[in-house]
Design a protein around this ligand. Structure first.
Ligand code: OAD
Length: 236
C-alpha cells in the first residue's frame, strides 16, 4: 500500500442550492420565512408542535422532488475513485439534512445535523426512514407510541457523531469546506481544529465565509463549477 492521503469534506446548504433547495442565511433563505427560534429548537417543538411538524413536513416533501447536482456527483466520484485506487479515505461530513449526497452515490457520509428522511421515536429511541408527514402523529413502527419527531438536530442539541468527526479530522491530510457560511458551531470550528492538527485547508464557497481567513486557500464561485474542477484536479 502506498502513501495514504485522507480527505475530510464539510458541506453546507450552498452545495444543494443549485438543486433548488434554499439556503439558510442568503437573501430569500429559509429563516427569513420562518424565524429559526419558531421552528428549530426543542422549546419551539414543545410550545407549538404543529408549526414545527408542518415546517419539516413541507421540507421533507420538497427535498424528494429535488435531484443531486454536479457538485454532489463530483464528491461521490471522488470517494469512489479515491478508494478504488487505494489512495486513502474520503469522509463527507454534511450539515445538510437533505439526502442528496447519498443519492449521488457518496457512502461515507456523516449527517451531523440529522436527516429529513428519518423519524426519531423519543419513546423507544429507534430511528426509521420516513418519507411521509409526521403532523398526524403516526405510530412508531417499533413500539407503537405516537412520539415520532423529525430526526433533526435543533439549536441547543448535540450534533451527531462528533467523536467520528474528530477522529476523521485527526487523521486528515486535507480539510475542504464547501458551501457553508461558517455561522453555526461546532461545524464552523472544524477549520481551526484542522489548522491545529497541521491539516491543509481549502474553502470552496460563493463568497468568503465567516471563518474565511482560517483557510490556507479559498476559491469563490458556484459549487457546481468549483467542486467538479477541484475533484478533477485531485483525480488528475
Ligand atoms: P447557510 O445558509 O448559512 O450558508 C450557505 C453558504 O453557501 C453561504 O455562505 C453562501 O454564500 C453559500 N452558497 C450559496 N449558494 C451557493 C452555491 N451555488 N455554491 C456555493 N456556495 C453557495 O447554510 P449552512 O452554512 O449550511 O442547521 O448553515 C449551517 C446550519 O445552519 C444548517 O445546517 C442548519 C442551519 O441552522 C440545522 O438545521 C441544524
Amino acid at each position: 500500500m502506498g502513501l495514504q492521503y485522507n480527505i475530510v469534506i464539510l458541506t453546507g446548504a450552498g452545495v444543494s442550492a443549485e438543486s433548488g433547495i434554499g439556503t439558510f442565511r442568503d437573501g430569500g433563505g429559509l429563516w427569513e420565512q420562518h424565524r429559526v427560534e419558531d421552528v428549530a429548537t426543542p422549546q419551539a417543538f414543545a410550545r407549538d408542535p404543529d408549526l414545527v411538524f408542518r415546517f419539516y413536513d413541507m421540507r421533507r416533501a420538497d427535498i424528494q422532488t429535488k435531484v443531486p447536482n454536479a457538485a454532489h456527483l463530483a464528491l461521490a466520484r471522488l470517494e469512489r475513485e479515491w478508494q478504488a485506487r487505494g489512495l486513502g479515505s474520503v469522509t463527507l461530513v454534511t450539515q445538510n439534512v437533505d439526502d442528496l449526497h447519498v443519492r449521488a452515490g457518496s457512502r461515507n457520509v456523516i449527517a451531523m445535523h440529522g436527516e429529513h428522511l428519518s423519524a426519531w421515536c423519543t419513546a423507544c429511541d429507534q430511528r426509521h426512514r420516513w418519507t411521509a408527514p409526521l403532523i398526524d402523529r403516526p405510530a412508531c413502527p417499533a413500539c407503537g407510541a405516537h412520539n415520532l419527531r423529525p430526526d433533526i438536530v435543533w439549536f441547543g442539541e448535540m450534533p451527531y457523531r462528533m467523536a467520528d468527526i474528530d477522529a476523521a479530522l485527526q487523521a486528515a491530510d486535507v480539510f475542504v469546506s464547501i458551501g457553508t457560511s461558517g455561522a453555526v458551531y461546532p461545524a464552523a470550528g472544524f477549520v481551526r481544529a484542522a489548522c491545529a492538527n497541521g491539516v491543509a485547508t481549502l474553502e470552496l464557497n460563493l463568497e468568503p465565509s465567516q471563518g474565511s481567513h482560517w483557510f490556507d486557500e479559498s476559491r469563490f464561485g458556484p459549487a457546481t463549477q468549483l467542486v467538479p474542477e477541484w475533484v478533477a484536479a485531485m483525480l488528475g
